[in-house]
Ligand binder design. Structure first.
Ligand code: BG6
Length: 491
């Protein structure tokens, strides 16, 4: 009988950041540009852009994640601001930041390696030593403070060269290039890093069409092929990991897709199931079980997808199954066949509005029960350890006199989600880690803003890049320290 009502003794409490949202130093230390380095800042109302010069050299902007005009080349334009160029300057301030994480009692920090710091274009035969050294220093600094690194190999930041010259992940060649990259870092950090994530939110690759209006069907078909290449690349990274160090633990990572049927109408229930299969289990089943699930053909038929799958791909997928399931959870959505139902409006939100939930200013629902549901669903399906590697509330914070920041709304949000995790553990879920998102304020992925803040640590930087970059402890910093000290008993 299960009588677990507490977080396990060795539970990994911590936080999460990504390279392109925090490091800055975009062209320092031999790093090549990534696609993120051409993205401007936006807001909840106006999407971020990607900047380019067209075939005649004329500057232009396209909506982030959409196609550039034929012949256009990514370009940094003089009169634009690019938030990733200085990020929150983690590249130079990581010691100070890690010391603050240690003061909160972190047991784990999730962070990512930028591929183009190691292979600037992605195609080189030899790695960039300065990039390898930088991450080694960061990991050793974490170990010095008894913080376990959880390292994502790819967090939304492909080397720009690979996208421009090779067409990005739709090109099968990237599998081999990623193979070289994963081998290099797995060999380099052997004995220092134990936990790895291959790709961030891999399931979202085929979800873009839900966020971008008039998404061309051929592009969606191509997305399925790109996802296939990434699934194989991930499997190859797992195979490499096991060969290089049998103690490595490697996980897949998926984006929140918790969804309810909007009504008890069986058609809505079926629709909700379809969405869950398509947006989540299609990718996770493949990564955890080693083959595409039985319902895949139905999805391919729906969009007219005709995947190129080689025999070698099938055998890689079979061999390269992951050890753990990691997940981001922010909000839930609703599915319905009723096209006139009210939609949730915000950045990267989808589905219909849930009348039982409140929504943040950025249109994300507040739903801790959804986290418990997801944890049970995912663990029930795969029975492998689960980590929640992103969760948090993006909100405005006010820097008051004496550098005080009161953020009771964030504490309330996190508290309710920690309670939900505790409930899931008492349900029997093998949850081993919680790394809340943006433990230090960083650049928002969807809007490029600084003011959508998630951190326990305030970073003095504004949306236009102004500010001292000084760090200040928020009220939630002191609160989270107590949570960790009490292993989740005092919340
Ligand atoms: C996740 C991403 O989807 O959501 C992070 O993995 C991102 O990179 C996080 O920052 C929160 O989204 P946003 O748009 O508020 O930064």
């Amino acid at each position: 009988m299960n009588n677990k009502t507490k977080f396990p003794e060795n539970f990994y409490w911590g936080g999460a950041i990504s390279a392109n949202q925090s490091e800055g130093a975009w062209n320092i230390g031999g790093k090549g540009p990534t696609v993120s380095d051409y993205q401007t800042a936006g807001s909840v109302k106006s999407p971020r852009s990607i900047t380019y010069r067209d075939k005649d050299g004329k500057p232009g902007k396209a909506r982030m994640l959409s196609m550039l005009p034929k012949g256009a080349k990514l370009a940094v334009l003089d009169d634009e601001y690019y938030p990733s160029h200085d990020g929150i300057d983690f590249y130079n301030r990581y010691k100070e930041d890690i010391a603050m994480f240690a003061e909160m009692g972190f047991k784990m920090l999730r962070l990512s390696i930028t591929w183009s710091r190691i292979f600037p274009k992605g195609i080189e035969k030899e790695p960039n030593q300065e990039g390898l050294d930088f991450y080694k220093d960061v990991f050793l600094e974490l170990k010095k403070h008894n913080i376990e690194p959880l390292v994502t190999m790819f967090h939304y930041d492909p080397p720009a060269y690979l996208v421009e010259e090779l067409g990005g992940w739709s090109n099968r060649e990237l599998i081999d290039l990623f193979d070289r990259y994963s081998k290099t870092i797995l060999e380099e950090y052997k004995g220092i890093v134990k936990y790895w994530i291959t790709f961030n939110e891999l399931n979202t690759v085929t979800m873009l069409h839900k966020f971008i209006p008039n998404y061309p069907i051929e592009v969606l078909r191509n997305d399925y092929q790109s996802l296939h290449h990434q699934l194989v690349a991930s499997a190859r990274a797992v195979i490499n990991a096991k060969r290089i160090d049998e103690n490595y633990v490697v996980g897949c990572m998926m984006g929140s897709t918790a969804s309810y049927p909007l009504t008890p109408n069986p058609k809505d229930v079926l629709e909700n199931q379809r969405v869950g299969y398509e947006d989540l289990y299609y990718a996770t089943d493949t990564m955890v079980r080693g083959e595409y699930p039985y319902f895949s053909q139905k999805i391919w038929d729906r969009y007219g997808v005709n995947l190129e799958i080689l025999d070698q791909d099938l055998s890689d997928l079979k061999k390269g199954t992951v050890d753990m399931m990691t997940y981001s959870y922010y909000a839930s959505g609703c599915a319905t066949v009723n096209e006139t139902a009210e939609k949730a409006v915000g950045n990267f939100t989808m589905g219909s509005k849930n009348p039982y939930l409140e929504y943040s200013e950025w249109g994300w629902s507040l739903d801790p029960d959804g986290l418990r549901i997801v944890l049970n669903d995912v663990y029930g399906r795969y029975q492998i350890p689960v980590m929640i590697v992103e969760n948090g509330l993006g909100a405005h914070d006010k820097l008051e006199d004496n550098n005080v920041i009161n953020d009771p709304y964030r504490i309330e949000y996190l508290k309710r989600h920690i309670e939900a995790m505790k409930d899931a553990i008492s349900d029997g879920v093998d949850l081993i880690a919680y790394t809340s998102w943006g433990c230090i304020d960083l650049v928002s992925a969807s809007t490029g803003e600084m003011k959508k803040r998630y951190g326990y640590i305030y970073v003095d930087k504004e949306d236009d890049g102004s500010g001292t970059m000084n760090r200040y402890k928020k009220q939630s910093f002191h609160w989270y320290k107590k949570v960790i000290e009490s292993n989740g008993e005092v919340i």
